[in-house]
Design a protein around this ligand. Structure first.
Ligand code: M6R
Length: 606
């Protein structure tokens, strides 16, 4: 999604803005631009494509000034061209914007009638002209901002600079996050704290409807009614170093390899060394919760799907799960006293946030598992259990997923203990199995070269099927999603038992079928499905354990024996080989692994 950075400094801001934009690259974008005030006049540089093109442009035609704004754009209204790139500029103002202005057509018509000339197809340009119109009427930048915000419908974050005002930077937030950074005399705006990490660790987050005027060394924050308000300053633990690639070729690979450590960190925050769960206090009693509703998108949804199995099997709790964008408009009846559980890496996904608003309106308690503790979802929730994955930069989610699973299993065990559906011994055994996962994952990671070889073959396929049963069914879907996202190979994940009801028609010698089949209670069923694929000339790729490989490995064209674990924790283990398979297949295909085409890290529009 789009990214914003704004700096009101004492130094030349252009190099700092470009640096900040580079840090926002991970969010996904297709053009970029910066603007600064040079001798009171607005100067702007924009480029289609990667930030390097913008850097080159700024090299040829340098931009001077100590106050400026920058933007990475992920196209919504209008193609990813230079004309549509932000900032959008008039003689009086430059604006960058994340989100969507829903009433931009009518505003544009109104402004065009007043002789405002538009040069782009974007909704954002309307904001620049609206502000200009108010400035032309004699308003100050602050008055113009306040007036313009009242005219805009939609969800957005905005940053703006004003000709002739070198000591002013204005930001506003409605529905899309915006952070204020406090430096030594310098002030900053960022769509997330990561963009500001090398500049400052003192951050405050604007609340819904807030707008802020930044002056040297000072932030004046107004709420949606223009009343002056204070917002707490947090000291973030993010540092520039945390968001480097280290010795890895891609962020995704680094993040795959970080999993043993971050699962361990997350687990240590939730479970004592003697295997007692130490979760935050819940504002409800698990024993009395009549129904749990889980919502999420993409990978987070698949983590939620695994959790459904855990809550049902361990805590005997009725669970409903839905993709957030469906749930929010489905008008599903929600049970009184019910709990809605959201799963999200960013905590800013518009669909999940929308679903939580619906659940809250229906009196549900909101429990959120999230990786960004200051995010909009965290602030909306009654209780938050953080994943300690650290910043996830690769667009394809990896360590966020396995840390989500870690938290979700702890929650399910805790609910089961409260509901007396799990003995203390079994609860301790599950937690012990979870504790051993990082060591098992290290073994899988050590053998990554096997998967690297397999990827050469998968890279030749046009379609790939992923099949799994029970707890491994969501993993089949996650494996297929990973492959699609970064290698652009068409892939589908199915419950293995469903294959004979349709997908079996796809099978021939050109369609690899990836089976995720540990030697558990459902193994013999999966073994039959493997036979069915093999009998039709399909190419079977089997991820199992040593018993599984001994049992049916002979029917597979390729197999890998993963460590044998308690079946309940198997989703955490099987996540890693499917991530590696997607990663190495993407390398074979030569795609942009960390920033795959069309995708954004955090999807803050509907
Ligand atoms: O930030 P969130 O976890 O809410 O994001 C949800 C999805 O957009 C995300 O998981 C997406 O599917 C990833 N690209 C998957 O790799």
């Amino acid at each position: 999604m789009c990214g914003i950075v704004g700096i009101l400094g004492e130094r030349q801001v252009a190099p700092l803005l470009l640096e900040g934009l580079k840090r926002l690259e991970y969010r996904g974008y297709d053009s970029a631009g910066i603007a600064a005030l040079a001798n009171g006049h607005i100067e702007c540089r924009r480029a289609e494509g990667k930030i390097d093109r913008l850097v080159a442009k700024c090299g040829q035609l340098p931009l001077t000034g100590t106050v400026g704004i920058g933007h990475t754009r992920w196209a919504t209204h209008g193609k990813p061209t230079e004309d549509n790139a932000h900032p959008h500029v008039t003689e009086r103002v430059a604006v960058v914007h994340n989100g969507i202005i829903e009433n931009y057509r009518s505003l544009r018509e109104e402004l065009e009638k007043k002789q405002h000339r538009f040069t782009s197809e974007t909704d954002t340009e309307t904001i620049a002209h609206l502000l200009t119109d108010y400035l032309d009427q004699g308003m100050t930048p602050q008055q113009a901002t306040s007036a313009a915000l009242k005219r805009l419908d939609g969800a957005f974050a905005i940053a703006a600079i004003f000709a002739g005002h070198k000591n002013l930077l204005i930001g506003a937030r409605r529905g899309s996050p915006l952070a204020v950074g406090y430096g030594d005399g310098e002030m900053y705006l960022g769509s997330d704290a990561l963009a500001l990490a090398p500049l400052t660790n003192r951050i405050s987050y604007l609340e819904e409807g807030d707008w802020v005027e930044l002056h040297p060394g000072q932030a004046v924050i107004h709420d949606c009614c223009d009343k002056l308000v204070e917002r707490k300053i947090h000291i973030t633990s993010l540092s520039g170093a945390m968001i480097g690639k280290g010795q890895y070729r891609h962020f995704m690979l680094k993040e795959i390899f970080e999993q043993p450590a971050v699962i361990g960190d997350t687990l240590s925050s939730l479970v004592t060394p003697d295997n007692r769960i130490a979760l935050p206090e819940m504002p409800f009693d698990w024993a009395k919760v009549p129904r749990l509703t889980i919502v999420g998108c993409g990978t987070a949804y698949y983590a939620g799907l695994v959790a459904k199995y855990w809550f049902e099997q361990l805590a005997r709790m009725p669970v409903e799960i839905d993709i957030a964008s469906e749930f929010r408009y489905r008008n599903a009846p929600l049970t009184e006293g019910g709990v809605t559980l959201a799963v999200s890496q960013s905590g800013e996904t518009a669909d999940t946030l929308g679903a939580l608003h619906v659940a809250k309106e229906h009196g549900q308690k909101i429990l959120t598992v999230v990786n960004v503790p200051q995010s909009s979802m965290a602030r909306l929730s009654d209780v938050v259990v953080p994943t300690l994955a650290g910043p996830e930069i690769g667009v394809a989610s990896t360590k966020a997923f396995t840390t989500q699973l870690t938290v979700l299993l702890c929650l399910a065990v805790s609910a089961a203990v409260a509901r007396k559906t799990l003995s203390a011994e079994r609860a301790a055994a599950i937690l012990q199995a979870l504790r051993e996962i990082p060591a098992h994952l290290n073994l899988v990671l050590r053998d990554e070269h096997f998967i690297q070889e397999l990827a050469q073959r998968v890279g030749e396929a046009r379609d790939v099927l992923y099949l799994g049963r029970g707890l491994l069914y969501p993993l089949a879907m996650e494996g297929a999603l990973k492959l699609k996202e970064i290698s652009y190979i068409h892939a589908e994940g199915y419950p293995a038992g469903e294959m004979k009801h349709g997908p079996i028609a796809l099978i021939d010698e050109d369609v690899p079928v990836v089976f995720l089949a540990p030697h558990d209670a459902l193994f013999e069923k999966s073994a039959s499905n493997i036979q069915e694929v093999s009998a039709r000339g399909g190419k079977v790729i089997l991820f199992s354990d040593k018993d599984g490989v001994a049992g049916i490995g002979g029917k597979a064209d390729w197999n890998m024996a993963l460590p044998k674990v308690d079946p309940v924790v198997s989703p955490l283990l099987y996540a890693v080989p499917v991530q590696l398979l997607a990663y190495y297949t993407a390398l074979v295909k030569g795609t942009d692994v960390d920033q795959p085409r069309n995708l954004a890290k955090s999807v803050t529009v509907e």
